[in-house]
Design a protein. Structure first.
Length: 435
């Protein structure tokens, strides 16, 4: 799992921010528009996207612009074959897109089908002719990865399946990994072959990161977990299952899975903290504050002991704050949120979560400050940050600003039903007041 500024004026400014066309002599890149709009255009024109994910400090990115994207032959090829988009992978919506496709190096050129699934990518600097050749191979499915997937489709090979799954997981490419993992279970229901087991583990890791484990995957976990023997990764199965049960509100199953995972861990395992965090979530879902507090404190202590990354420690402190709130210790919960936020938090999701917690603690100004920071960190490109800003603005009485923030959230993620509902509610409320 899953990483700005002032009030209504900021939300309105971001909502009205103009798009621009960044034109090299060759490739005409669209930049500054929502990614969802680029996908809609790709579907309309029946072309894949070619997304240049860059960073402003990246020297090779500039070299690629000058040497390749400015070339007329590359421009002609791109105009005919793709929808070309540029994204600053460290700002705004570009950061979210880069996380979605696991962009870890620059320059990375993503080729994405109109449904949003990655076809493949080019990393590094290529001259014009080599770039066209590599890009055309991707569109025709003639890359080593594409050929390996085709070969696996003809003849099942668990070792090859595991290798392909690892490559797809590195790209966060669940769409292409899913059929391979499904076939792994069909061919080897016990997941006895290492490659088949790896393919399934990569699948559930990506689903867990997306915070939605399929019922099918959960059924497989429940079936095969007992057969993993001494494989230490069995704890991961229990962890993923526990998190999914928490999301579903099934406290008893979540508790059982978390405890089963803890029982399989060697002493000092860093996964223990994650399992205690899941157990705390299960107990909160069961409305058992004492048990939730005990598990949350264990998660925090384990994180400190193994020197967990900063964002992990912040997440577990927020778990602790939620458990304190459930137990009626509002003042202590607010203090714990403050301790968490004292760390240099630059993770949008954690800031959004802190804002929501502070709203529940009746601290609207504090919630607003965290929501503003979430928008700032994401450069206005994260729909959840915009929605958090909308809720905080509404709580402080700034209805106009709240409407603008929720409108931006819906623009960034048109499929977010809850943001649409809140936007409609606020607009309806505003019309009633005006009348």
């Amino acid at each position: 799992m899953r990483r700005f500024a002032p009030l209504a004026a900021l939300a309105l400014a971001l909502a009205a921010a103009p798009s621009r066309e960044a034109a090299a002599q060759g490739v005409l890149f669209s930049e500054g528009r929502p990614f969802a709009e680029a996908l809609r255009r790709a579907r309309a024109e029946k072309k894949p996207l070619m997304v240049d994910a860059y960073a402003v400090w990246c020297g090779p990115c500039k070299q690629l612009d000058r040497m390749t994207f400015a070339d007329e032959s590359v421009g002609t090829w791109a105009k005919k074959n793709v929808i070309a988009v540029k994204l600053d992978a460290e700002k705004g919506e570009g950061r979210r897109v880069a996380q979605r496709y696991a962009v870890r190096a620059f320059p990375t050129i993503l080729f994405i089908d109109p449904s949003g699934n990655e076809l493949d990518r080019i990393s590094g600097v290529f001259g014009p002719a080599d770039f066209i050749r590599a890009a055309q191979s991707i569109l025709e499915g003639r890359t080593p990865l594409g050929e390996a997937i085709a070969r696996l489709g003809k003849t099942w090979d668990p070792e090859l399946a595991g290798s392909i799954a690892a490559q797809l997981a590195q790209k966060n490419d669940l769409a292409r990994l899913l059929p391979i993992a499904r076939r792994a279970v069909e061919e080897d229901p016990e997941l006895a072959e290492p490659g088949a087991r790896d393919a399934f583990l990569y699948r559930i890791s990506l689903e867990d990161a997306a915070e939605k484990l399929s019922p099918e995957a959960l059924d497989v976990i429940e079936t095969v977990a007992s057969r993993f023997g001494d494989d230490p990764r069995v704890a991961i199965l229990h962890l993923v299952a526990a998190r999914e049960y928490v999301r579903r509100g099934d406290a008893a199953s979540a508790r059982a899975s978390a405890n089963a995972g803890l029982g399989k861990l060697p002493a000092g395992s860093p996964i223990a903290g994650d399992l205690y965090a899941a157990l705390s979530g299960a107990e909160r879902a069961a409305k058992k504050p004492d048990a939730a507090l005990a598990a949350a404190r264990q998660a925090v202590a384990t994180g400190e002991k193994v020197n967990a990354p900063g964002w992990v420690r912040v997440s577990r402190l927020l778990d602790l704050a939620e458990s304190l709130l459930l137990s009626g210790q509002g003042a202590e919960a607010k203090k714990t949120v403050g301790v968490a936020m004292e760390q240099s938090v630059s993770d949008t999701a954690l800031l959004v979560r802190a804002s929501a917690l502070l709203l529940r603690l009746k601290d609207a100004p504090g919630a607003l400050a965290r929501a503003q920071r979430a928008v700032e960190v994401s450069q206005g490109g994260d729909p959840k940050a915009q929605a958090a800003l909308g809720e905080a603005l509404a709580a402080t009485g700034d209805s106009k600003g709240a409407v603008a923030a929720f409108a931006r959230a819906v623009e960034l993620d048109p499929d977010d039903a809850s943001a649409k509902k809140r936007l409609d509610e606020l607009r309806r409320k505003g019309r009633v007041k005006a009348a």
